[in-house]
Design a protein around this ligand. Structure first.
Ligand code: NAP
Length: 291
């Protein structure tokens, strides 16, 4: 990944929707991802409340899975996030980040997080303070690498300027329905700085596979369906392949909590889209012909 020693798969699996008390089912999801070659697993301390569960619940569930099957830890690159505080909403002060990371370690039951990400930028935290906290966590062996999510390219540059080591990754929303990173400099900067790119909500939270009629969704689904027929793949697989075709090599974070769909997603690693096919989807996403 980027400038690091982390060896990551071209697809990741995400745990925003990872929930419940069924430890066998939770373990099966993790095992399915690893089994199909998806070794980068993304969670966050804030994953829980959106599922009607407490802050920290998704990390705690993964911690229970790892306690039950400790060998899984060594098979994964474990990414989590901190910096969202319930009711605040953002806090990247040094004291908070350090305590949030330590709490994540306790819930996960691991000694070190492979990729620790600032979940959202905190306008009230100077990047030097954020960098200082991340440096302390890294020097203490609590995290291996650092990433940021939902940061503008200027925010990435400001933090990188204060970090005494290389930033590893960014995590923007990017899909055929969220194409801003193509135009706002985020993907260009990732290539300039050799950052890993993790694309969140690669199916637009399900809108690319559902039947929502809002915005560009129907047109984009139709464009993806045309390619799905050509390539003999599902629409979801084409949607992942479209993201992966970009030269920044974005890693779609599979959001599904369905083992069969996680398994199917891995088919995207074998799909290559032509320039004409890729630009056809972009044209549908823009809603206007390319100049
Ligand atoms: P997504 O892939 O865009 O959407 C997943 C949703 O689509 C699930 O509810 C899934 O349901 C549904 N779905 C329906 N048909 C599907 C199919 N054929 N294949 C796959 N999914 C299908 O991803 P997401 O869950 O919104 O986000 C993915 C990950 O991105 C999260 O887990 C998290 O790690 C990360 N994320 C990060 C941020 C951030 O701010 N950094 C924000 C949001 C998400 P089933 O589970 O029933 O398959």
């Amino acid at each position: 990944m980027g400038p690091t020693d982390l060896f990551v798969s071209p697809l990741a699996w995400g745990m925003w929707r990872f929930r419940g008390d069924d430890l066998a089912a939770a373990t099966a999801l993790v095992e399915t991802a690893l089994d199909v070659g998806v070794n980068l697993l993304d969670t966050a301390d804030i994953y829980g409340p959106d599922n009607g569960e407490p802050f920290g619940a998704a990390e705690a569930l993964l911690g229970r899975v790892l306690a039950r099957a400790p060998a899984l830890r060594g098979a994964m690159v474990l990414a989590t996030k901190g910096g969202i505080e319930m009711g605040v909403p953002y806090n990247s002060s040094a004291d908070y980040l350090i305590s949030a990371c330590e709490a994540s370690l306790r819930r996960l039951g691991v000694e070190r997080i492979d990729l620790y990400q600032i979940h959202r930028p905190d306008s009230l935290a100077h990047p030097a303070e954020v960098a200082g906290a991340l440096e302390r966590l890294r020097a203490g062996g609590k995290i291996a690498e650092v990433g940021v999510s939902n940061h503008t390219s200027a925010q990435v540059a400001a933090l990188a300027a204060h970090l005494p080591f290389k930033l590893a990754a960014i995590q923007p929303e990017f899909s055929a329905l969220a194409i801003e990173p193509l135009y706002d400099g985020v993907l260009d900067q990732a290539m300039e700085m050799d950052l890993g790119v993790m694309a969140w909500s690669p199916l637009a939270g399900g809108r690319l596979v559902g039947d929502s009629h809002d915005g560009r969704a129907p047109a984009v689904r139709a464009a993806l369906d045309g390619l799905a027929r050509t390539h003999g793949a599902s629409r979801a697989v084409i949607a992942y392949a479209w993201i992966m075709a970009h030269p920044a090599r974005p890693i779609p974070i599979i959001g599904s909590q369905n083992p069969a769909r996680i398994r199917e997603a891995a088919d995207a690693m074998a799909i290559g889209l032509s320039r004409t096919e890729w630009y056809g989807v972009l044209t549908a996403a823009r809603g206007t012909p390319l100049p």
